[in-house]
Design a protein around this ligand. Structure first.
Ligand SMILES: NC(=O)c1ccc[n+]([C@@H]2O[C@H](COP(=O)([O-])OP(=O)(O)OC[C@H]3O[C@@H](n4cnc5c(N)ncnc54)[C@H](O)[C@@H]3O)[C@@H](O)[C@H]2O)c1
Length: 429
C-alpha cells in the first residue's frame, strides 16, 4: 500500500495520544493533537513534552512541521479525514470503564460535509462501537465512519511498539473505512488483522487478560516454589524455552500495576458479569495480583518482627521502568500498607514523583534511601539498580534486610555482602 499524506486529528494528548500523533507524523501524515488541558497544549506548542516516554521528545521535535496542538475542536477537525480518540477510560466505582471522555469527544464532533472516520484507540468495552454508531446515526451523521483500532503499545517502549508492532488490529463497520485506517499505517511492516468492531474491541481486552494471566500464573508458581524449596527463576527459564509457552511475561514479582492492566481486567470482569457470565479465571488472576503485592509485607514482618517505628526504603515508584507513570503502582499499595502498620516510608525513583502521599518521603538517591533504614524493597527494576555498589551501602543501613520484589539481583552475591536477602519464589538463603 502506498503512503498517502492524510490529515489526522488525535483527541487526547496523554501517553497514547502523543505517541500516536508523533508516530503518524513520522509516517508522513499531518497531525493535529487536541486536548482539553490548556497548559498541556501550550507546553507542547513550546516544544515541551509533558510525559516521560523514551524517544517521544525526539520524534515530536523531528516532526514539528507536521504536528500542531490545539484545545479547539473546530481547529482539530478542519480538513481532517480521520479522528483518533485517545482519551482516558478509567474505572468507575462499579469497575466498568468510564466512557464519559469518549462520549464528550463523540458529542462534540461537528457535522461535516466530507466523510470523516472516527477511530477508537482508547480501550473500551465490547459494544462501544455499536453504541457510538447508533449515537452518530441518531444525530444524522451517517457520513462519519467508525473504526476500532486498539492500542497494544506498552509504556516505556511505546514509540518502538507503535512503529514495529506485532500486529495491527482494525475492526470496521464499513470496509472502505477499514482500508483507510490500514493505509495510514503504510510504512509499518506488520500483519493486519481485519475484524468486525466487536472482535477488535475484544482483542484488546483479551490480549491484556492473557498477559495478566501469565503474570499471576508465574507468581503463584513462585509462591509454591517458596513453600517447596524450588527456584522460580530456574523454573521460568525451563518452561519459557518450551516453544508452546515462550519466555515473555514469566517473571515472578510483586504483581502488576499501571494504568492499563488493573483497570482493563476490572472492565473485562464487569463486562462479562454485566452480560451474565462469571469470568472465574480472570477473577482469580486479579485476586492473586492483589495478594502478591501484600506478600512483601509478610516477608518484612518476618524479618523485622514488628513494622511499627521501622524505616522502610522503597526502591522504585513507577509501575515499571522507563516511565513516570505511577497509576496503580505496586509501590503505592506497599507504601499504604507500611504506613498503616506504623512504618516510616522513603521512596527513591529516578523519574517518578511522589505526589500527594502524606507520610512518604521522596529521596534523590538509593544511598539516601538506605541510610539508616531497617529494610529496603526493590519495587521497580530500574536498570540503574544493577550499577549500585550494594556492598558499600549495606553498612549504612540500621538493619540490612532486603526484599528483591523483582528478582533482579543475585541472591548469592547479596547474601555474601551481608544482606538478609529475600526475593520472590527463590529459596531463602
Ligand atoms: N497508557 C498506555 O500504555 C495504554 C496502552 C494501550 C491503551 N491505552 C488506552 O488508551 C487510552 C488513553 O490512555 P492514556 O494512558 O494515554 O491516558 P492519559 O490519561 O495519559 O491521557 C488522556 C488524555 O485525554 C485528555 N482528554 C480528556 N477528555 C478529552 C477530550 N474531550 N478531548 C481531548 N482530550 C481529552 C486528557 O486531558 C488526557 O490528557 C485509555 O483508554 C487507555 O486504556 C493506554
Amino acid at each position: 500500500m502506498s503512503a498517502e499524506r492524510t490529515k489526522i486529528a488525535v483527541f487526547g494528548a496523554g501517553y497514547v495520544g502523543l505517541v500516536t500523533g508523533a508516530c503518524f507524523a513520522e509516517l508522513g501524515h499531518e497531525v493535529v493533537v487536541r486536548d482539553i488541558l490548556a497548559d498541556r497544549i501550550e507546553a507542547l506548542g513550546r516544544g515541551e513534552v509533558p510525559i516521560y516516554e523514551p524517544g517521544l521528545d525526539e520524534l515530536l521535535e523531528r516532526n514539528r512541521e507536521r504536528l500542531s496542538f490545539t484545545t479547539e475542536v473546530a481547529r482539530a477537525i478542519e480538513g481532517t479525514e480521520v479522528v483518533y480518540v485517545a482519551v482516558g477510560t478509567p474505572p468507575t466505582y462499579s469497575g466498568d470503564a468510564d466512557l464519559s471522555a469518549v462520549w464528550t469527544v463523540i458529542d462534540e464532533l461537528p457535522r461535516v460535509q466530507k466523510r470523516i472516520v472516527v477511530v477508537m484507540k482508547s480501550t473500551v468495552p465490547v459494544g462501544t462501537g455499536e453504541k457510538v454508531r447508533h449515537r452518530l446515526d441518531e444525530r444524522g451523521m451517517e457520513n462519519v465512519g467508525y473504526v476500532s483500532n486498539p492500542e497494544f503499545t506498552a509504556e516505556g517502549t511505546a514509540v518502538r511498539d507503535f512503529l514495529h508492532p506485532d500486529r495491527i488490529v482494525v475492526g470496521a463497520f464499513d470496509d472502505a473505512d477499514g482500508e483507510l485506517v490500514e493505509r495510514l499505517h503504510a510504512g509499518i511492516d506488520a500483519p493486519v488483522v481485519r475484524a468486525d468492531v466487536a472482535s477488535a474491541e475484544m482483542t484488546k481486552l483479551a490480549a491484556n487478560a492473557a498477559l495478566m494471566t501469565r503474570i499471576s500464573f508465574i507468581n503463584e508458581i513462585a509462591n509454591v516454589c517458596e513453600a517447596t524449596g524450588a527456584d522460580v527463576v530456574k523454573v521460568a527459564e525451563g518452561i519459557g524455552l518450551d516453544r508452546r509457552i515462550g519466555p515473555s511475561f514469566l517473571r515472578a514479582g510483586i504483581g502488576f500495576g499501571g494504568s492499563c492492566f488493573p483497570k482493563d481486567s476490572l472492565a473485562l470482569k464487569q463486562l462479562a458479569a454485566n452480560s451474565g457470565y462469571h469470568f472465574q479465571l480472570l477473577n482469580a488472576v486479579i485476586e492473586v495480583n492483589e495478594l502478591q503485592k501484600r506478600r512483601v509485607i509478610g516477608k518484612l514482618s518476618e524479618q523485622l518482627d514488628r513494622l511499627r517505628g521501622t524505616t522502610v526504603a522503597l526502591l522504585g515508584l513507577a509501575f515499571k521502568p522507563d516511565t513516570d507513570d505511577t497509576r496503580e503502582a505496586p509501590a503505592l499499595v506497599l507504601a499504604g500498607r507500611l504506613l498503616a502498620e506504623g512504618a516510616n516510608v522513603r521512596i527513591w525513583d529516578p523519574i517518578a514523583r511522589v505526589d500527594g502521599l502524606p507520610g512518604v518521603t521522596q529521596v534523590e538517591s538509593v544511598a539516601g534511601a538506605l541510610a539508616g533504614a531497617d529494610a529496603a524493597v526493590l519495587v521497580t527494576e530500574w536498570p540503574e539498580l544493577r550499577e549500585i555498589d550494594w556492598g558499600a551501602l549495606r553498612s549504612t543501613m540500621r538493619r540490612p534486610v532486603f526484599v528483591d520484589g523483582r528478582n533482579m539481583l543475585d541472591p548469592a552475591e547479596m547474601r555474601a555482602l551481608g544482606y538478609a536477602y529475600d526475593a520472590i519464589g527463590r529459596a531463602a538463603g
